[in-house]
Design a protein around this ligand. Sequence first.
Ligand code: GDP
Ligand code: MG
Length: 454
Amino acid sequence: MKKIRQPIIAVLGHVDHGKTTMLDRIRNTRVAEKEAGGITQHIGATEVPIDVVKQLAGPLLSLWKGEIKLPGLLFIDTPGHEAFTSLRARGGSLADLAILIVDVNEGFQPQTLESIEILRKYRTPFIVAANKIDRIKGWKITENEPFLVNIKKQDQRAQQELETKLWELIGKFYEIGFQANRFDRVQDFRKELAIIPISAKYGIGIPELLVLISGLAQKYLEEKLKIEVEGPARGTILEVREEIGFGTTIDVIVYDGTLKKDDMIVVGGKDKAIVTKIRALLKPKPLDEIRDPRYRFDQVEEVSASAGIKIAAPGLEDALAGSPVIAVRGEEELERAKGEILDQIKSVIISTDKVGVIVKADTIGSLEALSKELHEKNIPIRKADVGNISKTDVMEALSVKDEEPFYGVVIGFNVKVNEDAEEVANAKKIPLFIGNIIYKIIEDYEAWVKAEEE
Ligand code: GDP
Ligand code: MG
């Protein structure tokens, strides 16, 4: 049986531009009429049922011509572009859609640009939330109001100031090849990027944001979102973590099929495909029912895409964040899934005798993104691996340094440096380039090479 699943939506943007605040607002959205049904908390995600969108939207729904057939929206809770680089599915992006959030008073910042680059690379459709409009001098605040209602209450000066800021933003988008416009002035959503002025803090413009993202999904992704719901599940690991009473568990976003409690799953591990049988499928208990923090989960029998779920199973200690999860129901499927996962690990985790840099990242997806950038810059890689920077990594860089000083370095994305690694790096003068903006890390490395050459 085919069904249309919820689009998976990521929120990204520069630090402090309001990603967390916006997700909190969405999570805490209340609708007056109870029968609309509430927001559902998933593991690592929040679901907004379409009825809630409709209730909030009211007359705004006319912005969106035609019937909305989506069951709802699934927002990935881990905000930030770093996380987004690791959210992969079948070589593309796990997120079907994205909201790029920009502080309208600050405009483009490094992570804004990097977020746009990532979205462009994966061809992820997105809309722009121009946040913190309440900071404009004299702005009149009414909580949770649609922007189009709120704007009418503002005096001339405040309206003008918003216009100016939006034009600056539109100009910036133009410079990098995007035609953008305030959402209510967009003629063709295929050609123009819609900007929705919002205040995440006070909920202004959130109704439009939800309506527009639903509309976009319905219009451009209907085919992609149509899944064979009974089929075996596929997902992506968001996080690997210890859970009291369950051992090592994986938090997974399921984007295809149905995962059943008795399913066998194959997931990516450090140097192998891990095959294991599910012990429990866990979803978060409603907040008001948690009396003892040790019992934060409810067990479920099955879960269908799109959903965020915690999987408890033996042997997950070496599972890799960002890697695929494939459910299998037969011997043939098992072999195919193992092959597919091994191929992916092998294409990303590199270990050679080559003279080249050492690369570390937090997840398999971000490792792939970083390695790809280095490759494009013709910087050779000796080792690319998931995890914090260890003493072994530094020692390996040291052995490279003897042959080619410029490659005797460790480059790390979103990772920590182990204490003993730091000591050795200092003692042996091995530079470590770490950060959470890929192009910035590479820029730092290139600047260092240049300085050394002189
Ligand atoms: P993130 O780093 O993108 O997750 O940003 P946060 O959501 O943590 O927000 C950073 C700061 O900006 C916090 O102090 C928020 O309270 C504030 N902030 C976020 N959205 C708004 C907004 O719409 N208006 C105002 N005035 N402040 C906001
Ligand atoms: Mg945040």
